[in-house]
Ligand binder design. Structure first.
Ligand code: C5P
Length: 400
């Protein structure tokens, strides 16, 4: 699966360092050539010999050792790597990388690298939530480094909170996702709606909701990566849409309705991830509404249910996937929507549950089928979840 891939696995000095041993083994078993770099602190937690045995390669620990011929270790590993993955990434290595500090083999290799870099932070909650660490993480994300957010749970320091190394299968899946170019969605046209619609009251105010658009954009990006043509119908989100998508910007539910219906016949699969306002002001004032009376009554009218309309007109080859963000009776509400809107699948999440609130990078979802089957997925990055959803939808499409 990962044959001919050269992976440098960087290990820094956190208690989760022992988990990197299993990852080294999994990557090696998947066919990758794995070279391990350990920082000095990492070697306090786990010995290099473990990694040498698991990968069948020498472990790199020192800056000033010569490799074969004229090559120096950091440049050699940096140029040969298809991917560098840091497990665990301590606050220290994140800080050094974010500020261009290169004072050991790992940090020097990272600076010399032009390949994909995946960082898996794991540390005490206080350190992780420290604004300095958060600013470093944000800077690294902006610079194009891939970062898997830590999981929440029991930490070695005795606290509960964010900071745990995410499950190794999530890290492994992310590595596969970064390294394997699959085009199993080639030939399919996917329509994605994303973001929260805005319903204007006057030229200044609007009614909207707290949708970030992250799930829809992640789906669009994943589908593009897997070879699909993507039509992204987006309400304002403040994010840049993925390159390669045909983007149609809309603001109101009514505009989204018109654009979706205009383009629907081209779509093989529709992901209706947008949070569409259910009601819109009956009248939009031309001028700013002035404050006057103590009570201001707003008259709202129902917006068209876009997904319901699509369900009514569904063509035999089409797959419709809906989303349900609920605050109570998750399964019951989601099942009802699935049936009412004639969907092939619904992705439901409880927005009151930590890890799946609005605006976050992660989600915890249940995927519900028309026959009642439910797949409950653990908390994961929306970017990873998008691929899980595509994996589940593809067989439905092939059955049609
Ligand atoms: O009925 P509810 O709005 O909760 O259903 C959520 C699903 O329906 C989402 O997939 C959303 O994009 C879609 N929807 C729609 N048009 C609306 C309201 C919701 O397409 N007016």
């Amino acid at each position: 699966m990962l044959t001919e891939k050269f992976i440098t696995l960087g290990i820094t000095g956190g208690i989760a360092a022992y988990k990197a041993a299993e990852l080294a083994s999994t990557l090696t078993q998947a066919g990758a050539e794995v070279h391990v770099i350990m920082t000095r602190a990492a070697q306090k937690f786990i010995r290099p010999i473990t990694f040498q045995a698991l990968t069948g390669q020498p472990v790199h620990t020192a800056m000033f050792t010569r490799l074969t011929g004229w090559r120096v270790a950091h440049v050699d590993l940096a140029t040969r790597s298809d991917l560098i993955v840091i497990v665990p990434a301590t606050a220290n290595i994140l800080g050094k990388l974010a500020h261009g500090i290169a004072d050991d083999l790992l940090s020097t290799t990272l600076l010399a690298a032009t390949c994909l870099v995946l960082l898996c932070p794991a540390m005490n909650t206080g350190m992780y939530q420290n604004p300095i660490v958060q600013a470093n993480i944000n800077r690294l994300k902006e610079l194009g480094y891939c970062i898997i957010e830590p999981a929440t749970g029991w930490l070695a320091c005795g606290q509960e909170g964010p900071g745990r190394l995410p499950a190794l299968d999530l890290i492994f899946n992310q590595i596969k996702d970064l390294l394997i170019k699959i085009s199993d969605w080639q030939g399919l046209t996917v329509m994605v709606t994303a973001g929260g619609t805005k319903e204007p009251l006057d030229p200044i105010r609007h009614i909207s909701n707290r949708s970030s658009g992250k799930m829809g954009y992640a789906l669009a990006r994943a589908a593009l990566k897997r070879g699909a043509q993507v039509i992204l119908i987006s309400a304002p989100t403040g994010m840049s849409p993925p390159a390669g998508a045909k983007v149609i910007w809309v603001e109101r539910a009514r505009e989204m309705y018109e654009q979706v219906l205009t383009h629907a016949s081209k779509a093989d699969v529709v992901f209706k991830a947008a949070a569409v306002a259910d009601y819109s002001p009956r009248f939009t004032a031309n001028q700013k509404i002035k404050k006057k009376d103590e009570v201001y009554l707003l008259e709202l009218e129902k917006t068209p249910d876009i997904l319901f309309e699509l369900g009514q007109r569904k063509q035999p080859h089409q797959i419709l996937v809906g989303f349900a963000a609920e605050t109570e009776n998750l399964e019951e509400n989601a099942r009802r929507k699935l049936a009412q809107k004639n969907l092939d699948l619904i992705v439901a999440n409880d927005v009151t549950q930590p890890g799946s609130e609005f605006g976050q990078d992660t989600n915890i979802v249940k995927i519900i089928y028309p026959d009642g089957k439910i797949i409950s997925l653990p908390q994961m990055e929306k970017t990873v979840l998008a691929h899980h959803i595509l994996d589940l939808v593809l067989p439905l499409r092939l059955k049609k």
